[in-house]
Design a protein around this ligand. Sequence first.
Ligand code: PLP
Length: 442
Amino acid sequence: PATPTDPRSDAPASAALLERATRVIPGGVNSPVRAFRAVGGTPRFIASATGPWLTDVDGRRYVDLLCSWGPMILGHAHPDVLEAVRTASARGFSFGTPSENEVLLAEEIVARIEPVEQVRLVSSGTEATMSAIRLARGVTGRSVIVKFAGCYHGHVDALLAAAGSGLATLALPDSAGVPVEMTADTIVVPYNDVPALEEVFAARGSEIAAVITEAAAGNMGVVPPAPGFTEAVRRVTREHGALLVSDEVMTGFRCSKAGWFGLEGPYAAGAPDIFTFGKVMGGGFPAAAFGASAEIMAHLAPLGPVYQAGTLSGNPVATAAGLATLRGCTDDLYPRLEVTARTIADAASAALAAEGVAHTVQWAGSMFSVFFREAKVTNYDEARDQDTAAYGRFFHSMLESGVHLPPSAFEAWFVSGSHDEEAVGQVVEALPAAARAAAHAG
Ligand code: PLP
């Protein structure tokens, strides 16, 4: 593959920017998976985006199946969101005081997720999960957190153990700079493994503050909970007085109006106690949240003893973008997203089958992943057992044909309400050549 300085690179302006970037930004990127390490080659520096299209600094256009890793559910620069951002920003950028948009966004979230009576707004999914586990520990007076292998909850020290996403891609078991004490109270259990979870609770149930789980895993590729899994997690946590934190940063408002909970919940054993949200609810701006019953949320400062704060939390421009985006997530959007996603996934599957490439497609609402292996994936070990080199060849062929996929085999593909016939057509046309590339190494 062409290197950043290689004149054969078909993205000379991106390559030049990458070279400058690497001098002043580690690896040239501000989030590791953007660096294309898993697929090789030059990451595209995007100059602008509208609807389903990305335009890079070389002037090439791509159909976007990354959607900023989830947030851009209405497409880029959606007119309603743009208008809301213009209006809000003309009124000032940040006040450090309460403001109306925060109330409106909180009301919109609470109206959609029945068990959530109150939310606290933050600026990233990482902050949401970090605060959620602090809250769970504060409420229960216990320390231990249980997470599932392959679930990624942001770069929170205590949760950087067997996390998916960039870590799965880079195959790092953990991160340097996280002292062992920080993960000493974290127990990692295989995803979709109820007996393993029960065993942990049998041994240490009275110490466990919470189980945190991706509502449907998307960071080892899309691996939905097996039927009855979330239900069982809810039952076991309840039996032992532990809380259940459902991380809907990726699935929230993406899988349905009420996220994954809207598709699967409520569970017979009860709803999760704490939810975390991000991505879609910020509409492409830094806004995220965690929420629960009023009783649980009363443990937070200034009402209670669990401290949590943020200079830019509930930022008026970010909340305006989030509110306009959620208001655009109407009932009719979700079936449309699913039709678009099915069309793309079916075409991918047909193209790969025609070339004899082993693959399996997995779903959570309209989120899906194409795993380059034959058998279904139910956990992290199985997710890692796929042909990532074939994915790399597939990815680059698609990129050449003007389709920007996630630059790693361990990610969800996202569509938006703006993916129209032209965009979907360009994807479908690109697939046969990409499948051929996947089939033939070198
Ligand atoms: N939780 C989940 C399920 C995520 O997918 C992510 C990000 O990909 C996070 C938390 C962290 O969110 P952020 O990247 O906004 O910190």
